[in-house]
Design a protein around this ligand. Structure first.
Ligand SMILES: *Cc1c(COP(=O)(O)O)cnc(C)c1O
Length: 370
């Protein structure tokens, strides 16, 4: 926490705005919209609900298809299923670990051939690293397919000086407990389309018609963020820049200490982009070490250090096993990253002492191998 949260919470209690609306909600929406550089924002209960609302606003229905990055957390794609639509998964490219423009273009050409273009493309900015937006936006514009930018992990990251989340028709953020700033649980939908955002407010608050009584003509959701949690968000937003600095310097230390090991390659940062380095991720090269990712995770665990595999690609998930998937040329980047990738402890409050313990454990583990 930033330390100022209680002031905002106290203010909510003092003014008795405890409901999912109130001055903190409106102020948080305005502050995030200003930060991202878009016309408006809608505060919601999670990043997942923000993606769901974006799909509703793009009229995604049963029988439609939606393209989505494969190497991501399951929540990027779950709302596609909520709508009864079909996900098609797109591989990563090696420079950002994000959606491959080559694979996307191939998928869109195929879709156009059978006159079944997707209703949207969900582009994820993995672990804080922006995707190749110029290329991806150009391809989507050619086929006139709107983009939803899943920036749940990349709040504050930059692509050619422009803030992550501002590239698509919609952008979404998450303030879940594990993200770079948190409201304990929460999310935000952002856009320059103010009409659509008005509709998002309506859908997120049970789609209540403008009548004197409770009248509803379409499906609504209970997706609004509470005024108390929006207070947390405002306080957290004020320390976002510090958080980004902290995460980036954690990355720098890992890089300094480990990049000379032949078996280790860090997740790259594309030229002209700035990653918030939400998580430090690296890959282990099995031509340089016999140690598998799982074995390294076990070695860390035995030192009471929690590290993780990178996301298991969604096209490999049992839930999505029958979905279409387009790989990057002949090379399957997301599967390769899953086989070799690991996320290191990266919390903004990680102490240097704890970080050195992680580093020593990795050095020792990788040295063990003949
Ligand atoms: C966390 C996350 C989400 C979902 O956000 P919630 O607030 O947890 O619902 C979606 N996409 C990605 C890439 C995420 O990391």
């Amino acid at each position: 926490m930033s330390g100022n949260e209680m002031e905002f919470i106290q203010e909510a209690f003092d003014s008795n705005w405890i409901a999912p609306l109130g001055p903190n909600v409106e102020a948080f929406e305005r502050e995030v919209a200003n930060y991202v550089g878009v016309k408006g924002a809608v505060a919601v209960s999670s990043g997942t609900s923000a993606i769901h609302l974006a799909l509703c606003l793009l009229d995604v229905q049963r029988g439609d298809t939606v393209f989505c990055s494969s190497l991501t957390f399951v929540a990027s794609a779950s709302p596609i299923l909520y709508q009864g639509a079909e996900p098609v998964f797109i591989d990563s490219e090696p420079d950002t670990w994000n959606m491959s423009p080559t694979a996307l273009e191939e998928a869109l050409i195929d879709a156009a051939t059978i006159s079944k273009l997707p209703k949207a493309v969900i582009i994820v900015n993995l672990y804080g690293q922006p995707a190749k937006m110029d290329e991806l936006v150009t391809i989507c514009n050619t086929f006139q397919v709107p983009i939803i930018e899943d920036s749940a992990e990349s709040l504050g990251s930059l692509y050619k000086g422009k803030v992550s989340g501002s590239f698509g028709e919609f952008g979404i953020f998450s303030f879940n407990g594990n993200k770079i700033i948190t409201t304990s649980g929460g999310g935000m939908l952002v856009s320059n389309n103010t009409e659509a955002l008005k509709k998002a407010h309506f859908l997120a608050a049970q789609s209540k018609d403008a009548a004197r009584y409770y009248q509803h003509s379409q499906i609504g959701y209970n997706y609004r963020l509470s005024n108390i949690l929006a207070g947390l968000g405002r306080s957290q937003l004020s320390v976002l820049e510090e958080r980004i600095k902290a995460r980036r310097s954690i990355f720098e230390i890992y890089h300094q200490e480990l990049s000379h090991l032949p078996a280790v390659s860090f997740m790259p940062e594309l030229n002209n982009t700035l990653s918030n380095r939400w998580l430090t991720a690296l890959t282990i090269n099995n031509e340089e070490t016999d140690m598998s990712v799982t074995e390294l995770l076990t070695a860390l665990e035995s030192e009471n250090i929690e590290a993780r595999h990178v996301w298991k690609p969604l096209h490999l998930q049992p839930l999505y096993i029958n979905c279409k998937y387009y790989s990057h040329k002949t090379f399957n980047v997301s599967e390769q990253l899953f086989q070799s990738g690991i996320c290191l402890p990266s919390g903004s409050n990680l102490t240097l002492q704890d970080q050195m313990r992680v580093i020593e454990c990795i050095k020792t583990s990788l040295r063990k191998i003949p």
